[in-house]
Design a protein around this ligand. Structure first.
Ligand code: NDP
Ligand code: AKG
Length: 451
């Protein structure tokens, strides 16, 4: 906590940051996410005399609850294994906690704190009644057999099940957690509680999952991009689109881009980049999607016509639009310079917080239009929200119905960002998203008697 003497000379934004650094030290990703929102909120609040907004910012930057637990399980050799599991229940002002689960070797509290904070704001933009949370474990699915993954998921849910429920907290997937892992965890929850409840989203449609939840984050990102382009009288047709990542978000972003006549010139993973100079064909993409479902890596396929650049990122390919679909802070200042030099005019953050602070500043200084992650990738959690509605009323909507609702939600999010972010040389979608979500959450806190 900052000393009162020190905080006296500091503005309210700096005091909140001091407080967070004191209580949550060594969390650079969380600090980065809070500062990004805080910067916009501070500019906005400077013009307001009402102090209660500052109380809202203070409340919205502190998690309601951080849960950690041990996950014991047995590997294929019968050896004891122990991982660390977490759930950060950040804020439930708008509805039950909602947000994904991430399984990856580098999952830690800092990452989950930033993701849960972002999720709170993102969910606020969707217009659906969902609070924000994130969770996961430091479990690396890459080097594990299918039965090890299943046993791990069961052990993880045995612990997590004490803290979730349809009215409390409804997790979903994220990096390393797809439909199959959700299925293993859903079964475990059901076995423990003897209740078939909508306690997870991203389930297979055969047992209560929503149609197109798997596709929704990527599709939603493309719908948002279409509106951004429309705003400047442009379209996706013929655009060279460079994508990073080769997981759920990247693959369904690519699928929708191809459908809309854009040219997808790359996919990437932590090994390197697959370059498709003439654009990936729909058939090639289908085989990559199928391989991904079977846990086969893109580089192992021999039926795709790509030039694999080991250890390289896709940003030097001179794209018209860059879609960052892999992970946080994957796109740094050097990448930003390469993109601007290559005359890239639009950056779409489909992953969560994929651009570093310096990269964002560089894009802003060079009038590159950016679609910020909490708006761009909100389609995934929005369809999760629709899955909750379907589960509650025990109905199943057709793909086309869900897709129509997704399109409407992405259009509303886009237009809201424009309302709050217009006025500069280019539309500041980041500021728009931050302020719109902050405004909504502040109202919820006000009417809950908290500020
Ligand atoms: N799934 C969803 O519905 C949503 C996801 N997101 C966000 O989107 C991003 C991607 O998630 P998702 O597609 O679901 O995850 P997946 O696990 O399906 O895929 C992640 C992909 O990113 C690649 N990757 C990870 N780290 C790096 C790196 N440092 N450099 C290059 N590639 C890397 C992985 O490669 P490798 O296999 O080599 O590790 C993999 O291809 C995350 O930020 C996630 O939080 C946001 C909203 C919803
Ligand atoms: O669908 C969900 O609940 C969460 C999706 C998610 O993790 C995200 O938006 O980052």
């Amino acid at each position: 906590m900052a000393s009162s003497k020190k905080s006296h000379s500091k503005n309210q934004f700096e005091q909140v940051i001091d407080h967070l650094e004191g209580h949550y030290p060594n969390m650079p990703e969380f600090a980065q996410a809070v500062e990004e929102v805080g910067r916009d909120v501070f500019d906005f609040l400077k013009k307001k005399s009402d102090d209660s907004y500052w109380k809202a910012f203070r409340i919205l930057t502190e998690p309601d609850r951080v849960i950690r637990f041990r996950v014991d399980w047995e590997d294929d050799d019968g050896a004891f294994q122990c991982n660390h599991g977490y759930r950060v229940q950040f804020n439930n002002a708008l509805g039950p906690y909602k947000g994904g689960l991430r399984f990856s070797a580098d999952t830690k509290i800092d990452t989950l704190m930033f993701l849960a904070f972002e999720q709170t704001f993102k969910n606020g933009l969707t217009g659906l009644p969902m609070g924000g949370a994130k969770g996961g474990a430091d479990f690396d699915i890459k080097n594990r057999s299918e039965s090890e993954i299943r046993r791990f998921c069961q052990a993880f849910m045995t612990q997590l099940s004490h803290h979730i429920g349809p009215d409390t907290d409804v997790p979903a997937g994220d990096i390393g957690v797809g439909t199959r892992e959700i299925g293993y965890m859903f079964h475990q929850y059901k076995s423990i509680n003897n209740k078939f409840r909508g306690v997870l989203t991203g389930k297979h449609p055969v047992f209560g999952g929503s149609c197109i939840r798997e596709e929704a984050t990527g599709y939603g990102a493309v719908y948002f991009t279409v509106h951004m382009l429309d705003e400047i009288d442009d379209s996706l047709k013929g655009k060279r689109c460079a994508l990073s990542g080769a997981g759920n978000v990247a693959l369904f972003t690519a699928k929708k881009l191809i459908e809309m006549d854009a040219k997808v010139i790359s996919l990437s993973n932590s090994d390197g980049t697959c370059v498709f100079e003439e654009g990936i064909t729909a058939d090639e993409l289908d085989s990559i999607i199928e391989a991904h479902e079977n846990r086969v890596r893109m580089s192992e396929l021999d039926n795709i016509n790509c030039d694999f650049k080991k250890g390289e990122k896709p940003w030097g390919l001179k794209p018209d639009i860059a879609f960052a679909c892999a992970t946080q802070n994957e796109l740094d200042i050097d990448d930003a310079k390469v993109l601007v030099e290559g005359e890239c005019k639009m950056i779409i953050e489909a992953a969560n917080m994929p651009c570093t602070k310096e990269a964002i500043e560089y894009f802003e200084d060079n009038d590159v239009v950016m679609g910020p992650s909490k708006a761009v990738n909100a389609g995934g959690v929005a369809v999760s929200g629709l899955e909750i509605s379907q589960n509650r009323s025990r109905v199943s909507w057709e793909s086309s119905e869900v897709d129509t609702k997704l399109k409407e939600i992405m259009k509303t999010i886009h237009d809201t960002c424009v309302d709050y972010g217009d006025g500069g040389k280019v539309i500041d979608y980041r500021r728009g998203a931050n302020l719109a979500a902050f405004d909504k959450l502040s109202q919820a806190l006000y009417f809950s008697g908290l500020i």
